[in-house]
Ligand binder design. Structure first.
Ligand code: NAD
Length: 339
């Protein structure tokens, strides 16, 4: 099987590529990534020379380039992780979110139709469902919860989901969608909450927390997400949406305090800052469908996952320090400049 992984130099796509290249040596994997500020080729360093792996730099919005790639490679499966993924950036600059997360997905869908790809999998998010009240812990997002996006980011992801389902209904394209809760773990870009707090706390810098830190997220360790996607791609039913989450709801303040405790740093580093506009209150997933139909179970709860994550950041300082000092952007030139 030949698999295209788009956005594979990012956080989740990178973890997916690292795990699946080793797990399925009989498959061929091509990672395509535009290497935006969020893409980091250093993440893929350990698999770069694997015989079943290839990296291609390119933009999912470039139709000619994408058609050419599909023509040459004849992919069986396409898994789309490529996206602009940071809510705060979508509030500052919505255009690129529509351009990549919607129009880029349309280019991929057209390419899948044209070159008879057997499965297109869209990596989506719980944020398409909007938010839930803080005082109703009984409420969860189900696959049939109406789409009710709050930010330009989640609206662009929701639009992509609608397009993907429309290509299935109208053109019979074999698609699946997964909607996952917040991920954390190794190779997470240090602009997102958990790696931001770990890296800043290690440097004894102040830790910005929005509002009063009461917003609740449902955290899932990244490799549990990757395993779920792999199951859906191999065994999931075409045309279906699968929710992924591990029932690990935590307020932002709880997350920050847990990290401080593990690192033995004082809570006085916490600095409450003005809240994000339109900030979603609470996300919580019901993963019953993927558990009962596909037998998926997460390996990590929040305690074991956060410990593994902190340990990783402590032992991989080079990786995140290169991001903070900008060195990671020179890596592509170093690796590919003379090829
Ligand atoms: N991080 C989470 O908690 C989370 C949760 C649920 C779903 N998701 C979804 O999972 C996917 C991956 O998220 P992530 O956290 O790894 O994001 P990320 O920002 O770390 O990675 C995105 C990758 O896509 C690449 N990219 C961006 N625009 C591109 C383009 N036009 N063409 C080709 N490549 C491009 C970037 O270079 C980067 O490597 C996204 O679709 C996101 O919506 C993320």
């Amino acid at each position: 099987m030949k698999v295209l992984v788009t956005g594979g130099a990012g956080f989740i796509g990178g973890n997916y590529a690292l795990e699946m290249v080793k797990k399925y040596p009989e498959d061929e994997m091509v990672v395509l990534d535009a290497l935006t500020y969020a893409g980091n080729l250093e993440t893929l360093e350990s698999i770069m020379e694997e015989p079943n792996f290839k990296f291609v730099k390119g933009d999912i919005r470039n139709r000619d380039f994408i058609y050419n790639l599909f023509e040459n490679e004849q992919f069986d499966v396409v898994i789309n992780f490529a996206a602009e993924s940071h809510v705060d950036r979508s509030i500052e600059e919505p255009d690129i979110f529509v351009s990549t997360n919607v129009m880029g997905v349309q280019v991929l869908l057209d390419a899948c139709r044209k070159y008879n790809v057997k499965r297109f999998h869209q990596v989506s998010t719980d944020e398409v469902y909007g938010d839930l009240p803080l005082d109703r812990p009984d409420l969860l997002f189900h696959e049939d919860t109406p789409i009710h996006a709050s930010s330009p980011y989640s609206a662009s992801k929701a639009s992509a989901d609608l397009l993907v389902l429309a290509y299935h209904r109208t053109f019979g394209l074999p698609v699946t969608i997964s909607r996952c809760s917040n991920n954390y773990g190794p190779y997470h870009f240090p602009e997102k909450l958990i790696p931001l707090i770990i890296s800043r706390a290690l440097n004894d810098e102040s830790l910005p927390v929005y509002g009063e830190g009461k917003n609740v997220r449902d955290w899932l360790y990244v490799t549990d997400h990757c395993k779920a996607i792999d199951l859906i791609v191999r065994k999931g039913k075409v045309g279906e949406v699968y929710n992924i989450g591990g029932h690990n709801e935590k307020s932002n303040l709880e997350v920050v305090k847990t990290i401080l405790k593990y690192l033995n740093k004082p809570e006085s580093l916490i600095q409450f800052v003005k809240d994000r506009p339109g900030h979603d209150l609470r996300y919580a997933m019901d993963p019953t469908k993927i558990q009962t139909e596909l037998g998926w179970q997460p390996e990590y709860d929040f305690d074991s996952g956060i410990k593994a994550t902190i340990d990783w950041y402590l032992t991989h300082k080079d990786w995140w320090e290169h991001i903070i000092n900008g060195e990671y952007q020179a890596y592509y030139e170093k690796m590919y400049g003379n090829r």
